[in-house]
Design a protein around this ligand. Sequence first.
Ligand code: GDP
Ligand code: IMO
Ligand code: MG
Length: 426
Amino acid sequence: MGNMTVIGAQWGDEGKGKIVDLLSGDVDMVVRFQGGNNAGHTVIVNGERYVLHVIPSGILHPGKVCVIGSGVVLDPRTFLEEVDALAAKGIDVSPGRLKISHRAHLIMPYHCALDAAREGAEGKIGTTGRGIGPCYEDKKARIGIRAGDLADPDLVRRKVTEALREKNVLFSALYGVPTLDPGEAHAALMALAPRILPYLADVSSVILDGTARGRKALFEGAQGVMLDIDHGTYPYVTSSNTIADNAAVGAGVPSSSIDTRIAIVKAYTTRVGAGPFPTELNDSVGMHLQQKGGEFGATTGRARRCGWLDAVVLRETARLCAPTTMALTKLDVLGGLKELQICVGYEFQGQRTLYPPQGPNDLEHVTPLYESLPGWDEDISSCLTWDSLPANTRSYIERVEELMGVRAGFISVGPDRRQTIRRHGV
Ligand code: GDP
Ligand code: IMO
Ligand code: MG
C-alpha cells in the first residue's frame, strides 16, 4: 500500500483510532486533515488505553511524524493538555515529530460559548460542544485566527477584538449569556503562544518532501461519511467534509498522491447526538450492542445510540469514497445474538431504494428492509486467522463485503492492536 486515507464509513466511532494505530507501523507520517477535538480516537496498547482528540493516533509509535493539517480546527488549550497527558506517559511529543500547520484555524473560547448557546438546553444537534462549527464559520467568513497568527500579537489582538465585537452582541442581545472581554481573551491566547509556536511547520512541504524521499503518509479521518457537511444527514452533521477526498485538501497535497482508501466499518451502527437513524434499536438487542460494545462517547461520555448494520449507508460511502479496502470492526460484539439483521435497502414512498433519499427529511420516513443471518455464540476475540472464525461469522463478513462492494482487508475482533486479522494481501 502507498499513501493511504482512513475514514469512518458511518456516523463516527467506527474504530478509526485502533486501525490507524495498527497501520502506523507501516507508514512514516500520520496526518489529521479535518475536524478537531470533537473526535475521540481510542487506542489500546498493552492494556493501556489512550484517547486521542486532535493529535494523530500514530503518536504511540515511536519515531513516526504526526501532522495536524490546515483543514483541522485546533483548540490550543486542549491540544496542550493532550501533549502534557502523553508526555506524562513517556510519549515523545516534541516539535521534532509533532507538527501543526501555520494555516490551521484556532478554536477560541467564544467559539465554544457560541456552540453551547446555539445548542441550548435541549441540544438541538447534539454537538460535542467543542466550538467546531463556530470556528469553521469564522474560517469561511475570513475572520478566523490561524495558528501562524500567534507570531504577531497585534494581529491577534485586532482579530479577537473584531470577532468579539460581533459575538458579544449575539451573547447579550440574543442568547442572554455573559459577554467576553477582548483583552482577556487575547491575553489568555497569547499566554499559550510560546508553547504552540515551536510546533508550527509548512506541513504540506513536510508531507510532500517526505513522500518524494519514499516515505509513506497515512491520512487519518475524523467523524464519518454520514456526518459530512455536504453529503451527510444535514443538519445533523459536523462542520467539515469527512469524505476521503478531503484528505488531500485538508493536508495540502495532490489527491493523486494518495492511492489507498480504507473505510472503517463497524459491524453494526452507532450514532451520537440527534438526527435520523433508520436502523436504530430501542430494545434488548440495542442494549446488548451498547453494553457489550461499550458504546459511550470517547469525547463526551454520552451513550451512543445503537442499531443494525445499514448497507444503504455503506453503499453511499462506497460511491462517495471508492474505498480500496474495508476494515470491519467490533465483530466480537455481535457474538451471542441468535439472529443478525442487515438493512439491505429502504422502502420509501412505496418504492425500494438502495441509496439514501435526498429530500430534507426523507431519512425520517424510510422503512429499513432487513435480511436475516444466523448469529454465533463463540467468543471470537482471540481468533487471529480467517479459518479460526466460526462459519457464521465468515458468512456475515462475506455478505457485508458483497453489499458494500468492497473487500474486508482487516477484521477486528477486539480493541487491542493484536486482535486483528489481515487478509486479501493488505
Ligand atoms: P473512533 O472514533 O473511530 O476512533 O472510535 P472510538 O475510539 O470512538 O470508539 C471505538 C471503540 O471501540 C473504542 O473503545 C475502541 O477501543 C473499541 N474497539 C475498536 N475496535 C474494536 C473491536 O474490534 N472490538 C471491540 N470490542 N472494541 C473495539
Ligand atoms: P470520531 O472522530 C461520533 C457528532 C456529534 C454531533 C455532530 C456535530 O471520534 O468518530 P460537532 O461537535 O462536530 O459540531 O457535532 O457530530 N460527532 C461525532 N460523532 N464521532 C465523532 O468523532 C464525532 N464528532 C462529532 O455527536 O451529532
Ligand atoms: Mg470516536
